[in-house]
Design a protein around this ligand. Structure first.
Ligand SMILES: NC(=O)C1=CN([C@@H]2O[C@H](COP(=O)(O)OP(=O)(O)OC[C@H]3O[C@@H](n4cnc5c(N)ncnc54)[C@H](OP(=O)(O)O)[C@@H]3O)[C@@H](O)[C@H]2O)C=CC1
Ligand SMILES: CC(=O)[C@@H](O)[C@H](O)COP(=O)(O)O
Ligand SMILES: [Mn+2]
Length: 391
């Protein structure tokens, strides 16, 4: 029986790598539903090639445009967040790739969890913002949650495996690798004037714009630190961020006997995606095998939180607890969008995040509404800060 896949964020970078894996292993996988926001032409190509049963867009206008481009295809065209939740929980699928960018991915990812699907989690923002509630739902519905983020997938691979999944046993600490991004060696003065194009030019990975900017500001590592804490039930004190500019080691687990187990490979998301889709088995990918002679050297250094304060802010948000992580994430999403629109400078991103985190009221998260309220408030505050500072 083929595994039936629902692909949320089909038109993005993770979406595209997932489609490559599905295509290469079409004897094992079938794409049954897809969702994206507004990239109608790319979605039309996907629909023509894979003929999913259902395709959902972010707006009615985008849905209508897609339906027009795909006229005659036996596909149900829909729009809106409820339809996204519906395809993610539909009986027609077995696995959901959660690869919508940002907080917008939270509701459909939770819908997938609540309906017991295998969840392939790329959308780190949903776990970072909803944290404990998210993990409680995973436990309640006995869901296989496969981390797709390369570092977390690596950590998962480095842990002892059971039929239920990886377990944390005899672990001393997690070594979370970071490339350091395109500005690893830049001074503050140099970072003042960097452009969105420079920030999006990641040295090792080809990714969407938002996560690329996050990598450049080290917010990606901050989000990943929180992500690791929720996924592997550790605190930031048990996670050491290690800058490793080559992105060959994707993370490591250090055990109490002094052993360190690392997962390595060429930096290509098809590896963690295929692993998540086929676990506990492995399948071939078209990623070239790692040639250590051509890599030649692996380097390591400590992160510099003075130049990259977002990493510190993420750690602080974890210790503040409650809605602090949703607040920081929302501020960052707004600030990154403003940077990409050339409204603010690169260094303003962390400044805005710090102000919003400092000024926001942090509350306990007893139910999902608290997360959505914090997200809304922090977005409004971030926009106000940007508005005042750019006048
Ligand atoms: N790219 C990578 O290598 C990695 C990515 N991740 C995570 O995976 C997620 C996706 O990243 P990436 O693929 O790079 O991002 P992209 O920007 O390339 O793609 C984002 C996808 O999400 C869709 N989308 C955005 N907003 C909405 C919305 N409101 N409703 C529905 N769909 C929406 C986009 O649709 P449209 O095209 O129509 O806008 C697109 O399909 C992020 O959370 C990121 O942190 C994690 C590890 C690695
Ligand atoms: C591919 C992936 O998982 C990204 O999150 C990547 O790790 C970004 O790299 P850095 O944030 O380490 O620069
Ligand atoms: Mn990552």
């Amino acid at each position: 029986m083929k595994q039936k896949i629902c692909l949320l964020g089909a038109t993005g970078s993770i979406g595209s790598s997932t489609l490559d894996v599905i295509e290469k292993h079409s004897d094992q996988f079938e794409l049954v539903s897809v969702a994206a926001n507004s990239s109608v032409e790319r979605m039309a190509e996907i629909c023509r090639q894979f003929l999913p049963q259902r395709a959902v867009m972010g707006s009615e206008k985008a849905r209508d445009a897609l339906a027009k481009l795909c006229h005659g295809l036996p596909i149900q065209f829909e729009w809106g967040s409820e339809a996204m939740e519906d395809i993610a929980s539909d009986d027609a699928c077995d696995q959901v790739m959660a690869s919508i960018m940002g907080f917008a991915g939270l509701r459909p990812t939770l819908a997938a969890i609540r309906s017991g699907k295998r969840v392939l989690l790329a959308n780190k923002e949903s776990l970072v913002t909803a944290g404990r509630l998210f993990m409680d739902e995973v436990a309640k519905h006995n869901v296989v949650l496969m981390p797709i983020d390369s570092e977390h997938n690596a950590i998962y691979q480095c842990l002892p495996q059971t039929k239920q999944g990886a377990i944390k046993r005899d672990v001393d600490k997690i070594l979370l690798t970071a490339s350091g991004g395109p500005f690893r060696e830049f001074s503050m003065e140099q970072m003042c004037a960097v452009t969105p194009a420079q920030a999006c030019a990641h040295p090792n990975w080809t990714m969407g714009q938002k996560i690329s900017v996050d990598s450049a500001s080290l917010m990606n590592k901050g989000l990943e630190l929180i992500e690791a804490c929720w996924l592997f039930d550790v605190t930031p004190d048990q996670v050491q961020v290690v800058v490793h500019p080559e992105s060959i080691i994707h993370s490591m687990v250090s055990y109490k006997d002094g052993s360190v187990i690392a997962q390595m490979g060429n930096p290509d998301m098809k590896i963690p995606i295929a692993y998540g889709m086929t676990w506990p088995k492995r399948v071939e990918t078209d990623v070239p095998p790692l040639d250590l002679f051509s890599v030649s050297q692996l380097n390591f250094e400590a992160p510099d939180i003075k130049r990259f304060p977002n990493l510190r802010l993420a750690k602080e948000a974890w210790f503040m607890g409650g809605t602090a992580m949703a607040t920081l994430n929302a501020s960052n999403e707004v600030a990154v969008a403003a940077f990409l629109n050339k409204q603010i400078s690169f260094l303003d991103i962390a400044r805005i995040n710090e102000k919003v985190l400092e000024r926001s009221e942090i509350s306990v998260v007893n139910e999902l509404g608290a997360v959505f309220d914090a997200d809304f408030e922090a977005r409004s505050m971030a926009l106000r800060v940007i508005d005042t500072e750019t006048k």
